[in-house]
Design a protein around this ligand. Structure first.
Ligand code: FAD
Length: 458
């Protein structure tokens, strides 16, 4: 029996944690380690909203460990160097960690394995920690991953997920290993006003409330923008303060059409992870190149700025962009629409939009964000790559009374009913009353024609 190090990454929880469980089973003491990785900052991934959520999650993880007799060890630096330092201090025999999918995570694992090679400590990487089903667990006959969701989902649904593991009761941490102070949310600037709270305790509360009060109506209501009837579990799944395996098991136990529709969305999450694991370059490069020559120059720059600020003149698009800024989160229907508007109606490179989302989203995730952007842009896994979402049709379907727009666009809050979706059509005095709100930056048919020309579908 020796000492093990558990390196926490996107799995900041005590419940259902295979690396921690394995470490406790094989060692008399464990060092629960989180490294504030300089490499992640250098990659431009340290956005204020996620740093705030991360600090709360680390504090909650530390509190949970302390309740069980342990504590969290936090270090700052290069992740591989810091792990090796802690291994030496603790004289550890094993490092346990979750398998990741991004190029960065894959490289981290390789570097760590190489650094430990030849020494007394081995690396053990665990699957099904950050996804419900490990990438590569199901594959089509002719490829290392599924490129289309529907056949993936069929296979995914037939697989048996591993059982949920209980949280440990006690943890012994060697006294010889010191920690830096825990990071603190206070003092971070640029955090969204209405950011969700982080941490496993909060995540579990939200999950239980969702299973009790929300999931039954999910199938009917998930696209109702004003109803806000989705789980909002995405930041907890991104940081691993909730286990996807446990969420799927619990949802299945709840049963019914709402739960089925919800589990299908969790499978979308696994789907994008298995695409990225097999094609890490898809985080930046087109998965299916369409030979786009995206707009650039001053006209495009002005359009991008209007889109970012929520001043495109299309109220539903602008409401969603403003929700993103205020909450660090956006409803899925809003994400689909704003991404379609940028990449198709404005014909701007999906990477520009993906970067903006990553700067603000509390759930901003390389697999889910980049591959959803590619899906919408038609360079990804959508089997109908040239579909364009019309903001007015979307408004009629998903915000029929205009309540979502009134909530997020104060310049239009005085307008009643669906008229709020087309302020440019209002009679003179009514239009003057909301003059602070801009006219559309592009006509929808002009935008559509430009996109079709660009993709050779005139
Ligand atoms: C352009 C674009 C960018 C996106 N960026 C991200 C991102 O950075 N991080 C992220 O977690 N999700 C992203 N999504 C997917 C989806 O919009 C969010 O997961 C969802 O809105 C989160 O809200 P929720 O937890 O209430 O979802 P629910 O509707 O309650 O769904 C439950 C869970 O299923 C998963 N899920 C739902 N829809 C999808 C999807 N289309 N793809 C993958 N997983 C899904 C999420 O983990 C979500 O928490 C993006 C979608 C688009 C169109």
């Amino acid at each position: 029996m020796n000492v093990s190090v558990v390196l926490f990454t996107s799995d900041l929880r005590l419940h259902d944690h295979p690396p921690l469980r394995a470490a406790l089973d094989g060692s008399y003491a464990v060092v629960p380690l989180f490294v504030r990785d300089r490499g992640v900052d250098a990659a431009g991934f340290a956005a204020p909203n996620r740093l705030a959520f991360l600090s709360e999650s680390l504090r909650d993880l530390d509190a949970g460990l302390r309740e069980r007799g342990g504590r969290l060890v936090v270090r700052t630096g290069d992740v591989v160097e810091e792990v090796c330092r802690v291994v030496a201090e603790a004289e550890a025999g094993t490092v346990h960690m979750a398998a990741g999918v991004s190029a960065y995570a894959q490289r981290r694992e390789e570097r760590l394995r190489a650094a430990l090679e030849g020494g007394p400590c081995r690396l053990q990487v665990h699957d099904a920690v950050i996804t419900a089903l490990p990438p590569g667990a199901v594959t089509p006959a002719s490829s290392d991953h599924f490129a289309v969701f529907t056949p993936y989902f069929r296979r995914w649904s037939q697989e048996r997920l591993r059982d949920v593991m209980a949280a440990p009761r006690t943890i012994r941490v060697p006294g010889t290993v010191g920690s830096e102070p825990l990071p603190c949310r206070r003092g971070l600037s640029g955090v969204a006003e209405r950011l969700a709270a982080g941490g496993e305790t909060e995540g579990r509360k939200r999950l239980m409330a969702w299973l009790r009060d929300g999931i039954t109506a999910y199938e009917e209501r998930h696209d109702d923008l004003a109803g806000d009837a989705t789980s909002r579990l995405s930041p907890h799944l991104h940081f691993g303060t909730l286990s996807p395996v446990e969420v799927v098991h619990r949802a299945r136990r709840a049963g019914g059409p709402g739960a089925e529709a919800f589990v299908r969305q969790l499978a979308w999450r696994d789907f994008h992870h298995q695409v990225l694991a097999a094609r890490p370059a898809a985080a930046q490069a087109d998965y299916r190149p369409r030979h786009d020559r995206w707009r650039s120059g001053s006209g495009a720059r002005a359009d991008i700025e209007a889109w970012r600020e929520g001043r495109t003149g299309y109220p539903l698009v602008d409401a969603a962009m403003r929700q993103l800024r205020h909450e660090g989160w956006m409803h899925n229907r809003g994400r689909l629409l704003t991404a379609s508007f940028l990449t198709k109606t404005l014909y701007v490179d999906w990477r520009v939009g993906a970067r903006h989302f990553l700067d603000l989203l509390v759930d901003g995730d390389i697999a889910n964000n980049q591959l959803n952007w590619q899906w919408v842009a038609g360079t990804g896994t959508d089997t109908r790559p040239n579909r364009v979402l019309n903001p007015l049709t979307q408004a009629r379907r998903y915000d029929p009374d205009g309540a979502y727009v009134r909530r997020w666009v104060p310049e239009l809050a005085g307008l009643g009913g669906p008229a709020v979706h087309q302020p440019w059509k209002l009679p003179g005095p009514d239009r003057v009353a909301c003059a602070a709100y801009p006219d559309p930056i592009v006509g929808l048919s002009d935008g559509l024609a430009r996109f079709r020309r660009a993709r050779g579908h005139v």
